[in-house]
Every structure is written in structure tokens, then in C-alpha cells.
Write a protein of this length. Sequence first.
Length: 187
Amino acid sequence: MLISVEGLDGAGKTTLVGALARELGAVVLREPGGVELSERIRAVVQDPGLDIDPRAEALLFAAARAQLVAEKLRDRDGPVILDRFTDSSLAYQGGGRELGVQDIQALNDFATHGLRPDRTLYLKLPPEQALARVSDPDRLETAGLAFFERVAAAYDALAEAEPDRFVILDATQPPDAVLADALSALR
């Protein structure tokens, strides 16, 4: 099973991913990252000192994802939990950067050979609360409230469009409650 965990920065994705991995005995991969090339791209896209064109940003994320799929996901064995995957690009670049979800979907379908998670856990949190939780903001996290409102709206639209894949989790709850809800949804 391929499980992705999605949501705004500050929603608690990394906390949930770690707890799920312990509970399910799953391999965890982060995005962008997980393999050497993708980790290098991660350093670039997070660098607050760089001014990256939104289209270049989308292409960098897709390139990192393509390498991760080629090295780790194409022939996976056992459960894998992804700390972000294609839905992040659809929300952040498609919605937040206003590049269009359909165009970013086509780019990511190419990058991943159409690979999609079996289940996506969407940690829903109001943008104001998410930003308040971020302590050391990277380049994307400094984009402002209007950007994060567009990202949240894109995530909401994605979840509404694919209710069989997306599970919406209330990220305002304590981490243990979020974990319990996630495990219930996966069983």
C-alpha cells in the first residue's frame, strides 16, 4: 500500500508519518527527497535566499519526484508512507502559485508514470493556524497568508474530487487523536 500524508506546512504531517510508520512497520520517504538527487533538489527549493520562478519550482518538484519513483517506488515491497507526494504540487504550485491544477497534474503524471497513492491522509488545518505553527520558515513558508489560503482551497477541492482516496483528518486535534483517526481510516 502506498499512503501519502498531505496538508499545509505546520499541519503535523511529519509527526503523523513517524507515528504511522511505527504502527504499520512501513518505510517512510519524504518529498522532495528520499534519494540523493531529490535531497539536493530539496535544498534548492527550500532555500529562502533563492528567487525561483513558479514554473521552475514546479519542474524541480516534478524532477525530484521522478527520481524518487524511479529509485524507490516503482518496485516497492510492503507499505510505504510518503510525507507529501503529487497532491502537494497540485495544491502548492497548481493552486498556491496559480499555475493551474490540470497543468501540474499532467506534469506529475509524466514524472511518476501515473503512480498515485492508494490512500491520501489530508491533515486539514486553517491556514492561520498552520502558519502560526511554523517556527523556522523556508522559502515556501514565507509566501504569505493569501498563498496558503489558495493552497488550502486547492487541497479541499482535491479531497472533494476524490473522496475514495482522500481521508480528511482534523489537524486541530492532539497528535494522538489524529493518529487514531488515521489508523481507523487505513483499516
